[in-house]
Design a protein around this ligand. Structure first.
Ligand SMILES: Nc1ncnc2c1ncn2[C@@H]1O[C@H](COP(=O)(O)OP(=O)(O)OP(=O)(O)O)[C@@H](O)[C@H]1O
Ligand SMILES: [Mg+2]
Length: 511
């Protein structure tokens, strides 16, 4: 190759390099930039007091020097208090903090289904990173009245006592309340597990619980339910209190995504008593003035604006729904304590679980007298309403009579009949957990109860009868099963057929 062309080649290369350099220099922005940093003044109990961030908004996400995130909780004139959403061990006074300009957002979308995540949407299972489609803020306004529709279709929990006596509707908020270890979580998990064959997406939010209890709950859904349509949002007792505080809001945002797409979702918050305690702890640490039982005055507003987000949307907005089952723990059955009364007044009814019933082996330990469902009755399947109408009254009469007769025997045959029937009602309302009952099977069992078929067998035999009803209905009355599912009313002949089928299982023959 001739020397000249080589030289020309290198000269050309040099020119182009020079040209590129000049261009880059021209476009370089050499004006000074202002970036606002605050400084951690004090760090204790997961709360950082930060100065020098005057423009930070309430609930804005903050980023610490080491990459940890925080949440601005209170804004004072010359400082802000932020709660840590990560481990606080490396944060100390003097570190730099900056605002992100955004309130806390969480990933939403189908990518979360089947996953266990923390309240910021970071995976806690061994799966891959979340394939997020979008993010939404954790605090979102509840739908306005005009954007809502009446609750009109049922949420089937598979728990007979709930479906028959305290029917839930899509869009309803029903509190599950009771003392420690009375089966609160079990009722909520049964409702989730029963969505195995429905179109509902379920979100289970665990706030401030032991990791072992959370694992058991997730395992139960994986074994008995449809985990691929569930999201588990977990902030265990060991996590930063900021994360526990955030968890219910994050869970609602993740569930709302499906509501707003016209789908149906069910959210369980386990539990709001712990959440209230976390809120109180944070408020006291950030020196908000304490109110009743040392809870800050905004605790009612906090939970009200959370649960308001459960709704049935109007057809114009897609007709989706979000049903909420918040859980609350009572102390010695005291429903009139501060947090329970708050939550009872915010929700559309409550399932009350009683520790004495639980101890007497009545499970689920639902107190039929204190429980109520204010809007779901309209959504109940017609056939189920037909057969469950009298039960509550009969059972109440029986309980009263039982108390009277505990001291001495009864001889009056009318009383005897009430007692016989009452004992059967009690057995029908009992149900082992993780064994949900189909609506048609519930209708058949209750029809048989009303017809007196169960009076002829021992109450203990009813539990064994229960799982066999499904197959006999499928074999001999699939038309009635379909009719019940289609929300049809049953005529006397149809009811009689159901009663006869259950009678055939009792082995007592006719009469
Ligand atoms: N329907 C049921 N049938 C049989 N056993 C039940 C039923 N419901 C609950 N249990 C038993 O009661 C125990 C406590 O139930 P669960 O954990 O649901 O109560 P909890 O009120 O959520 O308790 P905690 O206050 O600890 O959260 C369960 O481990 C289970 O053994
Ligand atoms: Mg529990």
């Amino acid at each position: 190759m001739p020397v000249t062309s080589d030289r020309a080649f290198f000269a050309d290369l040099g020119d182009r390099w020079l040209e590129r350099g000049r261009k880059r220099l021209q476009s370089a922005d050499l004006t000074p930039h202002a970036e606002i940093f605050g400084v951690v003044e004090e760090m204790a109990d997961g709360i950082a007091r930060i100065s020098g961030l005057p423009d930070v908004r309430l609930n804005e996400q903050l980023r610490f020097e080491g990459g940890e995130t925080g949440l601005a909780l209170t804004l004072d004139a010359d400082s802000i208090s932020a709660v840590l959403l990560d481990d606080a061990v490396r944060i100390e006074a003097g570190m730099r903090v900056s605002g992100t300009g955004e309130v806390v957002r969480v990933p939403v979308g189908e990518g979360l289904l089947g996953r266990v995540v923390d309240p910021l949407g970071r995976p806690l299972d061994d799966g891959p990173p979340i394939a997020e489609t979008d993010t939404l803020p954790v605090e979102r306004p509840a739908p306005a009245i005009i954007e809502r529709d009446l609750v009109s279709s049922p949420v089937e929990t598979g728990v007979l006592v709930v479906d028959a006596l305290f029917a839930l509707g899509r869009g309803q908020r029903e509190l599950i309340i009771g003392d420690r270890a009375t089966g609160k979580t079990s009722v909520a998990l049964d409702a989730i597990i029963n969505q195995k064959h429905s179109d509902m997406v379920c979100v289970y939010v665990a706030v401030g619980q032991r990791a072992s209890a959370i694992d058991r709950a997730i395992e139960a859904v994986r074994t008995h339910g449809a985990p691929e349509r569930c999201i588990f949002v977990v902030a265990s007792a060991a996590e930063a209190s900021g994360l526990q505080w955030l968890a219910p809001f994050a869970g609602f945002t993740m569930a709302e995504y499906f509501r707003d797409k016209g789908q149906h979702a069910l959210i369980v918050i386990d539990d709001l008593t712990r959440h209230a305690a976390t809120h109180r702890e944070l408020a006291l640490l950030t020196r908000e003035p304490p109110g009743r039982e040392a809870y800050p005055g905004d605790i009612f507003y906090l939970h009200a604006r959370l649960l308001e987000r459960a709704a049935r949307l109007s057809p114009e907005l897609g007709g989706g729904s979000l049903t909420a089952l918040p859980i609350a723990e009572t102390d010695a059955g005291n429903l009139s304590a501060y947090i329970p009364t708050n939550l009872i007044s915010i929700t559309d009814g409550q399932i009350v679980l009683d520790s004495r019933l639980f101890a007497a082996n009545q499970r689920p330990a639902v107190d039929v007298g204190l429980s109520v469902s204010r809007v779901g009755g309209k959504a109940q399947k017609r056939a189920l309403r037909q057969v469950s109408g009298r039960i509550r009254l009969d059972y109440a009469q029986f309980l009263e009579l039982e108390m009277f007769t505990r001291l001495g025997g009864v001889s009056d045959p009318r009383f005897k009949a009430t007692l016989t029937r009452g004992e059967r009602i009690r057995a029908v309302l009992a149900q082992t957990r993780f064994s949900p009952m189909r609506q048609a099977d519930q209708v058949a069992l209750l029809a048989a109860l009303n017809a007196g078929v169960l009076d002829a067998i021992e109450p203990e035999a009813i539990a064994a009868l229960r799982p066999r009803i499904g197959s006999v209905l499928d074999a001999s009355a699939d038309d009635l099963v379909a009719a019940i599912e289609d929300n049809e009313k049953l005529d006397d002949a149809a009811l009689e057929r159901l009663v006869d089928l259950v009678r055939s299982l009792t082995g007592t023959g006719h009469g």
